[in-house]
Design a protein around this ligand. Structure first.
Ligand code: PLP
Length: 432
C-alpha cells in the first residue's frame, strides 16, 4: 500500500480511513474518487508543525488548489491553518465560495486575464503573484482605477533544473512561467514594481517543478533567491521583503519505487539554508511560504472502478477495461505516469496477473497504466488505483461526453459525498 489511510479488512477488502471500498462502490457507484480527510489533515499538520519546529513559525504553507480544487478540500486546508493558492478565476471563485478570506488567497498564473486581475482586486486578494512586466503594468493600471494598492510578489525563474518530468519542470530558463533572473529581467521587474504607486511589493516567488523527491533543489532555489534579495537591497537600500515563496513540488509515492521523503525534511533543509544564507548575507530573515499541492492530497485519494471487458491477446498483453479512463485521469496519457493498482474485493490475494488497464475513451492511448501487477481480475470486480488524489479530478474532462465521477470524503469509518456525480443533463447544460 502507499498511503497510511489504506488497509485490508477481515473480508479481504481494501479499506480507506476505515471504510470498505467495495461498500463505497456499491453505495456511490463507479468510477468514484475517494479522498481521506484524515490523511489530508495529517499532511497539513506535518507541514504546519515543520514551520514550528524548524522556522520559528515564520511563514506558512499554502495549499496549491490546482491539485484538487473543490469547496470541501479548501475548507479542510483552511481549518488546518493553510492559505490557498489559486491560478484562475475559477479556482479563486471556489476558494471564496468555500469561505477563504481574500487576504488568505495567493493568486498565481502566467497569463491572468484582465477580468481575473480585476476579480482579485475586487475581493482583496492578499498576494497577487505577478508573472511578468506586462502583467505588472496591467495590474497597476487596474489598481489605480480602483483607487487601491495591490499587494504583490514577483514570480522569478531562478534557472534551476529539477530532476522531474520535463512537462512539470518550471524553474529553468526556458519556461513559460515567471521572469528570468540571469538576464537581468527580474531585476528590471523589481525596479519597475518599486516605481509604481498602486502595487506594493512584499515578496518574491519561485517554483521549480513538481514530483521532486530530493531536498537539494529546494535548498538551491532558496540560496539563489536570497542572493537575488541581497542584490535588491544593495540596489534599493532600505527595501525589505516580507516573504519568500519557494513553491511546491514535494514528491509522493505512486509506486514502491518512489522514495518519498517525510514532508518536514524539506522545511528542515530549507530553513537551515535560509537562516545560514541570511546570516551570511546580513539580510533580515523573511517569512517563508511553501505551496504544496500534490503532497497534500495525492496519497489521500484513490479511484474505484468496475472491471468490464478483459481481453487477452496471447503473447502480447491482457487489457483490463474499466468504466473510467483519460476523462477522469489523463495523467498516463499526458506523462506516462505510473500508479499502483489492486482488485479491492481481492486485496488479500496475491498478484499473479499483469494488466494493461484501459479506459473507455476512443483513444488507444487511453490507459491508466501498463505492466501493472494485479490479482486475477474478473468482470464486475472493483479495481482501486492508488495515489490519485492530485491532478486527477482537477484535470478531468467530459471527453466522449463522459460525466465526471462523484467524490466521497472518508474519515474514521464515515463517508460523505462532497462532489456529486455529473448527469447527462449536466453535459448539455451549456448547449444552445
Ligand atoms: C506555482 C506553483 N505552485 C505550486 C504548485 C504545486 O506543485 P505540487 O502539486 O507539485 O506540490 C505548482 C504546480 O505546478 C505551481 O505551478
Amino acid at each position: 500500500m502507499t498511503a497510511q489511510c489504506l488497509a485490508e479488512n477481515d473480508k479481504g477488502h481494501l479499506t480507506i480511513s476505515g471504510c470498505d471500498t467495495v461498500e463505497l462502490a456499491g453505495i456511490y457507484g463507479t468510477p468514484l474518487y475517494v479522498m481521506s480527510e484524515d490523511e489530508i489533515r495529517r499532511v497539513c499538520r506535518s507541514y504546519v508543525d515543520s514551520f514550528q519546529k524548524y522556522y520559528n513559525c515564520k511563514g506558512k504553507p499554502l495549499y496549491a488548489s490546482k491539485a484538487f480544487c473543490c469547496m470541501e478540500i479548501v475548507r479542510i486546508v483552511l481549518s488546518e491553518g493553510l492559505d490557498v493558492e489559486v491560478v484562475s478565476g475559477g479556482e479563486l471563485y471556489t476558494a471564496l465560495k468555500a469561505g477563504a478570506p481574500g487576504e488568505r488567497i495567493h493568486f498565481q498564473g502566467n497569463n491572468k486575464t484582465d477580468a481575473e486581475l480585476q476579480m482579485a482586486l475586487d475581493h482583496g486578494v492578499g498576494d497577487i503573484v505577478v508573472d511578468n512586466p506586462a502583467e505588472l503594468e496591467r495590474l497597476n493600471a487596474f489598481a489605480k482605477a480602483a483607487g487601491k494598492v495591490a499587494k504583490i510578489s514577483l514570480r522569478i525563474t531562478p534557472g534551476i533544473e529539477a530532476h522531474t518530468h520535463e512537462f512539470i519542470r518550471t524553474g529553468q530558463l526556458d519556461s513559460k512561467f515567471g521572469t528570468d533572473l540571469q538576464s537581468g529581467a527580474a531585476m528590471a521587474l523589481v525596479d519597475r514594481a518599486l516605481e509604481l504607486e498602486n502595487v506594493a511589493l512584499t515578496g518574491l516567488h519561485c517554483h521549480i517543478g513538481s514530483q521532486i523527491l530530493e531536498t537539494e533543489p529546494f535548498v538551491h532555489a532558496a540560496q539563489v533567491m536570497l542572493v537575488f534579495y541581497k542584490e535588491i537591497t544593495v540596489r534599493h537600500p532600505g527595501f525589505t521583503l516580507s516573504s519568500l515563496n519557494l513553491g511546491g513540488g514535494f514528491g509522493i509515492r505512486y509506486t514502491q519505487q518512489d522514495r518519498a521523503l517525510p514532508y518536514d525534511d524539506y522545511m528542515q533543509a530549507v530553513s537551515a539554508a535560509v537562516f545560514e544564507r541570511c546570516a551570511a548575507l546580513e539580510l533580515p530573515v523573511p517569512d517563508i511560504y511553501i505551496e504544496p499541492g500534490r503532497s497534500v492530497v495525492g496519497e489521500a485519494g484513490i479511484t474505484l472502478y468496475t472491471v468490464g471487458n478483459i481481453k487477452e491477446i496471447p503473447g502480447v498483453r491482457s487489457y483490463v477495461s474499466v468504466d473510467g479512463g483519460m476523462f477522469e485521469n489523463p495523467r498516463y496519457a499526458l506523462y506516462l505516469s505510473e500508479y499502483t493498482a489492486l482488485i479491492a474485493n481481492k486485496a488479500d490475494k496475491g498478484k499473479n496477473f499483469t494488466a494493461t488497464i484501459a479506459g473507455k475513451c476512443c483513444e488507444s492511448g487511453d490507459l491508466i497504466g501498463e505492466h501493472m501487477p494485479l490479482q486475477q481480475p474478473a468482470p464486475g470486480d472493483i479495481l482501486a488505483v492508488l495515489s490519485t488524489g492530485a491532478y486527477n479530478y482537477s484535470m478531468a474532462s467530459n471527453y466522449n461526453r463522459n460525466p465526471r465521477p462523484a467524490c466521497v470524503m472518508v474519515s474514521n469509518g464515515t463517508h460523505r459525498l462532497v462532489i456529486r456525480r455529473e448527469t447527462y443533463e449536466d453535459l448539455i447544460r451549456c448547449d444552445i
